[in-house]
Ligand binder design. Structure first.
Ligand SMILES: Cc1ncc(COP(=O)(O)O)c(C=O)c1O
Length: 424
């Protein structure tokens, strides 16, 4: 890293420069060389699914031949979207989220990542009353992209989750209710399904948390990037609804449009109003392409069917395939492993309990062989205890082709097998 002169860097800038989590992941994604041996199991790109791509191509072509193309290319949108699109989204999403949303509940952003970088700073740091509020993550591991979004340092707070064995080579993290404390908390945040684990927090746990956040007027932020109503990669779990006190976010990325950069936030009008001020300053305006594509997809009611008939079956099949490929390689090489119950999303969270090196070192060894994975240590912002999983776990995507998964599994198993502390 090139040294930075003290006088030209804020504390925030220097903290950002030290963060290698989301940046390293996205740089790995963007800087692949196209080498035939590269195995890209690191980043969060959705799979390329023919049926979905055909729909998006038709949508794109329809926009390209529409007289409105001039407005799409040549006019700014309002900071969080023009009223027409916000009203359309409110009306369309209301029945899907069992709510009566109005345009004042809706804000569009250039991806939900962009929305979170505002949301987390609205609800944390130094408050108007002078006190300092933190962001509580009820379960870690949690999405790598939240860490370092806060302008203030040391803003995240998390406790060790419960580790629940669920079968041979399987476990899941449970919400740890012990000493649950909301003093000096500005908001509570979770992704559902959770990236990286594929965990889905049961509705009873969410209700339990919400009974307490409501009493203290603390917003509960639920990130539905992989959740309902689209892409709806939540298997049999109960969907989330919108209600007062909740801020929900949706993304177009995991349906197959990460390049379009559209995120949708649903929240109370006061929060949306602040987001609008923030968006004007930080973004000027949300991009047009996403909202125009949304208009097309919502008016034709395409996404729920796409999720049900194409996306979910595709990812369920991939999950089955990937687990069987990885488990058979692990067994072949005598690798000791545990996989988090993959309840949703499209990642596998794998723990190697006898790894003699850190997961970060494992990442580098894999990268040397052109296999890209993500080291799990990045996913525990705010956790200050010595939880062994922070050093033993990795995340990988199963969106890739079968032969790529097979080569990846082979390399990973070989490396882990040669770096195990003890064999049973
Ligand atoms: C849980 C979660 N939230 C938000 C995002 C950000 O997605 P986008 O900015 O593409 O909408 C991601 C991307 O991987 C994610 O996994």
């Amino acid at each position: 890293m090139t040294p930075m002169k003290d006088s030209c860097a804020s504390l925030w800038a220097s903290r950002l420069r030290q963060n290698q989590g989301i940046r390293s992941l996205m740089e790995d994604l963007g800087q692949v060389t196209g080498h035939p041996e590269e195995i890209l199991l690191g980043g969060g790109n959705p799979a390329h699914i023919r049926e979905a791509e055909d729909i998006f191509t038709a949508c794109f072509q329809s926009l390209a031949s529409d007289p409105n193309l001039k407005a799409l290319l040549g006019d700014y949108q309002a900071p969080i979207g023009n009223d027409r699109f916000r009203a359309l989204a409110a009306e369309y999403l209301s029945p899907h989220l069992d709510a009566n949303l109005r345009k004042d509940n809706i804000a569009f952003f250039n991806g939900s990542q962009n929305a979170y970088s505002f949301l987390l700073n609205i609800h944390s740091g130094k408050m108007i009353g002078g006190n300092f509020k933190k962001i509580l993550l009820p379960i870690v591991p949690e999405y790598i992209g939240y860490a370092d979004q806060s302008i203030e340092a040391d803003v995240f707070l998390a406790k060790e989750p419960e580790v629940i064995p669920t079968g041979k080579h399987r476990f899941r993290y449970g919400f740890n209710k012990e000493n649950f404390d909301l003093s000096n908390i500005g908001c509570v945040v979770m992704s559902r399904p959770t990236n990286p684990t594929g965990n889905i927090l049961p509705l009873e746990d969410i209700q339990w948390i919400e009974e307490r956040t409501k009493k203290n007027s603390i917003p509960l932020l639920i990130d539905l990037a992989y959740g309902n109503p689209f892409p709806n990669l939540i298997a049999a779990e109960e969907p989330i609804t919108y209600k007062d006190g909740r801020t929900l976010s949706l993304s177009f990325s995991k349906i197959g449009l990460p390049g379009v950069r559209l995120g949708i936030v649903m929240a109370n009008p006061e929060t949306i109003e602040i987001l609008s001020s923030y968006a004007a300053v930080g973004n000027l305006a949300v991009g047009n392409l996403g909202v125009y594509m949304m208009e097309f997809l919502f008016q034709k009611n395409i996404l729920p069917e796409l999720a049900k008939n194409v996306l979910r079956p595709f990812y369920e099949k991939k999950l089955e395939l990937a687990t069987s490929i990885f488990e058979s390689e692990f067994k072949k090489y005598g690798v000791e492993y545990e996989i988090h119950d993959p309840m949703g999303g499209f990642f596998l969270w794998i723990r190697f309990p006898n790894l003699s090196i850190s997961n970060h070192q494992l990442y580098h060894l894999c990268k040397d062989k052109r296999l890209f994975i993500v080291s799990g240590h990045y996913f525990f912002p705010g956790l200050n205890s010595d939880f062994s999983h922070t050093k033993e776990c990795i995340r990988l995507t199963y969106c890739r082709k079968e032969e790529e998964l097979a080569r990846g599994a082979h390399i990973l198993a070989e490396i882990v097998a040669s770096h195990q502390a003890k064999s049973k």
